[in-house]
Structures are given as C-alpha cells and as structure tokens.
Design a protein around this ligand. Structure first.
Ligand SMILES: CC(=O)SCCNC(=O)CCNC(=O)[C@H](O)C(C)(C)COP(=O)(O)OP(=O)(O)OC[C@H]1O[C@@H](n2cnc3c(N)ncnc32)[C@H](O)[C@@H]1OP(=O)(O)O
Ligand SMILES: CC(=O)C(=O)O
Length: 520
C-alpha cells in the first residue's frame, strides 16, 4: 500500500495564478474523497481567513475515503509551543491529522530561522510531541531533506529521529527545491530507512522535471506515502503530478494507492480540477491529457488499429481516457480508411476512392487545412468524393457592413440570400461582429426551411494566421465548434479573407448537421 496524499488545496494554492474560493476548496476536497486518495492536505488554518473558514465548514462534511489534513510549521524559535498562534490554529482546526513542516537543512536553520541547530531540534520535538499528546495523528515534513542530507547528513537524519521520538507517524522527505536526481533520491531514502524505523514519505517538487521519477524512486527505495498534487500544480513549477504517479504505481508496479474501481475516474478528476482552477486542461498531461492516447503518424495508426499495444503504454480506459485517431498529412491509408469506413464500410485500403481522398487531404493540408481539428469538414469532404453529399441550400450572395462606433452591442450587419429547392429567401441580422451577424442572418433564413437548426449553436471560434509573413494578406484558418446539445462537431475554412474562411466553416457546420440527420 502506498498512501496518496494530495496537496492541491495547500501547495496547489501556492501556484502562481491560482486562488481558490472556500467553495472551490470544498468541491475539490469532495471530488478527491470520491476518487479515493488517503489524505487531503487542505490548507494552513493559521495562514488566512479563507483557510480558517474552510476548516470550519469542512467539519460538517462526511468523507468516506480521505482524511483531511491541516498543515503548519514547527513552533517559532524561543517561544513555548502553547504560545504559538499557528499551532493554536492547528489545534482548533477540527481535523485529526496534522502535517508539520520543519527544517532539516542546516543552512535553513542558520540563515532563515536564524537560530541554533539545537533549538531547531527542540522546535521539532516540542511541536510534534505537543500535538501527538493531544491525540492527533502527526506527520513530519522534513523540508529540504535531500539538500540537507547532502550538506550535513548527520543533522538531517537527526531531525527525522527527533520527529520519530516525539511520536510522528510518518517522516516525509522533501525535495523542496526540486533539484535532486532519481538515483540520489533512491540512495538517500534507502539510507534514511536503514537509519530509522519510521514510515517514510516523499514530497518532490518539479523544478528539474523529475518530481514524478523522484517520487517513484523513493517508493522503490521503501517510501510508503507520496505527497503531490493532481495535475502537478504547486509552488513555482509545481509538485509531483499524482495523475502520473497513481497509475504508474498502481497499474505498472502493482501497489495499491486508491480503490481499484476508481482508477477510471482519474481523467475526470484531473479535468474537474482544471475547471475549478480555471485553466485549460493541459492536453499533454501523461495518462489524462487529450493527447495522451492521440495517434497521428500513419504508421502508428496502422499498427494501433491492428493491436493497440503497439503504440500505447497502457489501455486508456484504465484511467478513463480515450484513444484518438487524428487525420493529417502524416496519415497513411489505414487512418483515413478507418474514418472513411464510418461513412462507407465497403471501401478497402486498395479502393481507388481511398487513394483519391488521401491525395486530396494531403493537398488541402499543404494549403493550410488541418483536418485533425475539424472532423466534420472531413466527413463532408469524404461524402462529396463518394457522391453521397446532399446539398441542402444554395447561397446567392452575402454582404457584411461593419459599423464603428458600436451601437447597443452591435458592430456589424449582414445580409444573406439563399435558395432552397428554388425558393429564395433574403434575410438580414445584426451582430457583435461580422461573423456573428452572418451566422444570425444565415440561420434566420435556413430555419424557415429546416427548423431543426434552432437547436444548433456555435460554442467556439478560433482563428489561426497561417503565413504571418503575408501580414494583412496572410491566409487564415478558422475553426468553428458547434453543438446541438447531443453532439459537438468542428468545421473549418481557409482563405486569405477572414470573412470567407469563417463563412466556409459556418456553411460546413450547418451542412454537417443536415447531412447527419439523413444518415440516421
Ligand atoms: C516548503 C513550503 O512550502 S512550507 C509552506 C509555505 N507556505 C506558506 O508560506 C503559505 C502560508 N504562509 C503564510 O500564510 C504566512 O507565511 C504565515 C501566516 C504562516 C506566517 O506569516 P508571518 O508571520 O508574517 O511570517 P513570514 O511569512 O513573513 O515569514 C516566515 C516566518 O516563518 C519562519 N519559519 C519558516 N519556516 C519555519 C519553520 N519550519 N518553523 C518555524 N518558523 C518558520 C521564518 O523564519 C519567518 O520568521 P521571522 O519573520 O521571524 O524570520
Ligand atoms: C513541505 C513542502 O511543501 C516542501 O518542502 O516543499
């Protein structure tokens, strides 16, 4: 068993750009409990009113898997532990587990605490003893343990012994500055383990991008608690990313970390935390990112479709993620065929249509199209090639007029003339920009013929300048995301004229919806 100790709410709150509300903290704590981590380090009750309120409110919440931990430092030098306001706040926090960080690097004792080595040991002893004697489960975070060990191993080890003598349940060895290497961590954890019989934990920062490797090295050397943060957030570059450590330990090294059946919640929990902290979920996160199982190279896709083990280190379903097959100019026949077969199952790798579609895609990608992000446009292209595309309307013309200054949120007016089965319709609409006005005018006209389009809305609009050397004459690629609440789809347009590119993406969005209805 390796105890998973998440610090998203404490060390995570020390990340640049992250500031939780009390409600955010409560939501995250409940999600982590549902996921099944053993400990949730929820904050420092002596630090600020928000954390103090959190500890007050959390008293009324029942947790089924996790214990809430309050975090704080050893007492200040040269005062009685009972007189330390931060220790008092820990006592009042209402939790049963407390994590105390203390100095284990002599440099920090002399230069930061500005006290004697002896007094620092007294501070550790007094604080841990005081809290254990009050019945708390106490963990000791040996701050800068690895740097301290390298500078003065006797003293660093003495700090662990002191915490042990005072009744600490775990000594957690911290790579606070994140500068250690896995082989050093392995050796130092081994020697700490030989020196003292207290359960050991690891708390690694990611300054050298080695926090996950260092945490795993520590476990291999005998540590049985991993402190870290989901998504790797935390002070500076962040903490060891638990989203990578948990599956590595549980799936590959067969340690028990969280309830087995909950591992498939990992991707959801990771995305939930990004949502709460209001940052884009990083697609490149191992295991849980959108790209973690996204295959693009033609040869990779060919192999994955034959046997997914050829290019996947684990089955994505184990962590609740999905496999993605991306189409692009580096796709081979197998990739595109797998997509084409969703539209026309009788085609094979050797059908002339397959070769023609691949050639067309490569030509279009050369000219700035990117089908990887616009699968609905790909679907329409294939349908057109196979003669299966049904055109639902003709555009006679469209016009857009920009207006500055704005008037009541309106800066553009569009006029659109369409025809459906020979019946013409001319509409106009105002919008907060030319694309918005065009979208509204087009829908107004089409909804008369196709009321189902009332359920469709645009959810995202992205523009990418393709050859920026062309300055205002550069080509742009517009990607539009649409939804009808049941499904989402993306379409694309490329042109030197941003209005034309947007218009093409809009037309594809609507034709996709109407063609899909006919497939059903
Ligand atoms: C490695 C880590 O991440 S440890 C956790 C770090 N987290 C944080 O700092 C966030 C929470 N911190 C806070 O809210 C504030 O720093 C508080 C409320 C705890 C303290 O605030 P202040 O009393 O104003 O002190 P300030 O933050 O300016 O300085 C830190 C003080 O703590 C002392 N200190 C640092 N580590 C320890 C320790 N392990 N034990 C005792 N005292 C310590 C420093 O020596 C310094 O004291 P000094 O001013 O007498 O020299
Ligand atoms: C305790 C802690 O956060 C650290 O040493 O990094």
């Amino acid at each position: 068993m390796v105890y998973i100790y998440d610090s998203v709410l404490r060390d995570g709150a020390q990340s640049e750009g992250i500031s939780y509300t009390v409600d955010d903290k409560l939501k995250i704590a409940m999600k982590l409990d549902e996921f099944g981590v053993s400990y949730i380090e929820a904050g420092n009750p002596g630090s600020n009113p928000k954390d103090a309120e959190f500890f007050k409110r959390i008293k009324n919440v029942k947790f089924k898997n996790s214990k809430i931990v309050a975090f704080g430092s050893t007492r200040r030098p040269k005062i009685n532990v009972e007189d330390d306001a931060n220790i008092q706040a820990l006592l009042d926090s209402g939790v049963s587990t407390i994590c105390i960080f203390g100095k284990s690097w002599d440099l920090h004792v002399s230069d930061v605490l500005r006290t004697s080595l002896e007094e620092n040991l007294n501070m550790i002893y007094d604080t841990v003893k005081f809290l254990t004697s009050k019945g708390f489960e106490v963990f000791f975070d040996a701050e800068h343990f690895f740097d301290g060990y390298k500078a003065n191993s006797d003293y660093a080890l003495k700090t662990l012994k002191t915490a042990y003598d005072a009744g600490a349940g775990f000594a957690v060895l911290c790579d606070t500055n994140g500068g250690s290497f896995p082989d050093e961590v392995y050796e130092i954890v081994k020697s700490a383990k030989k020196f003292i019989d207290i359960p050991l934990g690891i708390h690694a920062h990611n300054d050298s991008e080695l926090a996950v490797a260092n945490s795993i090295a520590a476990v291999k050397a005998g540590a049985s608690m991993v402190q870290g943060c989901m998504n790797g957030i935390g002070e500076r570059i962040g903490n060891a990313n638990l989203c990578s450590i948990i599956p590595a330990l549980q799936i590959k090294l067969h340690y028990k970390c969280i309830p087995e059946e909950n591992l498939k919640l990992l991707t959801e929990v990771s995305k939930f935390i990004s949502e709460i902290i209001n940052v884009q979920h990083d697609s490149r996160l191992p295991y849980v990112g959108e790209s973690a199982f996204a295959h693009k190279g033609g040869m990779h896709i060919d192999a994955v479709l034959k046997n997914s083990k050829t290019y996947e280190h684990i089955d994505p379903e184990l962590v609740g993620n999905d496999r993605k097959i991306l189409m692009s100019e580096v796709s081979g026949k197998s990739t595109i065929l797998s997509k084409i077969m969703e539209i026309e199952p009788t085609l094979t790798k050797d059908s002339p249509e397959t070769a023609m579609i691949i050639e067309e895609i490569k030509k279009l990608e050369y000219n700035g199209y990117k089908f990887e992000g616009a699968e609905a446009s790909f679907y329409l292209l294939v349908k057109k090639f196979l003669g299966k595309f049904k055109k639902h309307f003709d555009i006679k013309y469209f016009k857009v007029i920009d207006q500055i200054p704005w008037e009541n949120e309106t800066s553009a007016t569009a006029m659109v003339k369409i025809s459906v089965d020979g019946i013409e319709e001319l509409t106009s609409a105002e919008g907060n920009g030319p694309v918005n006005a065009l979208d509204k005018a087009l829908r107004k006209a089409l909804e008369l013929f196709y009321p189902v389009l009332k359920s469709v809305s645009l959810t995202d609009y992205k523009v990418r300048v393709l050859n920026s050397n062309g300055a205002t004459g550069a080509s742009v690629r517009v990607i539009i995301e649409s939804t009808d609440k049941n499904m989402n789809w993306s379409t694309m347009g490329v042109s030197t004229n941003i209005i034309q590119a947007s218009w093409d993406a809009l037309i594809d969005s609507i034709e996709y919806k109407l063609n899909k209805i006919e497939d059903e």
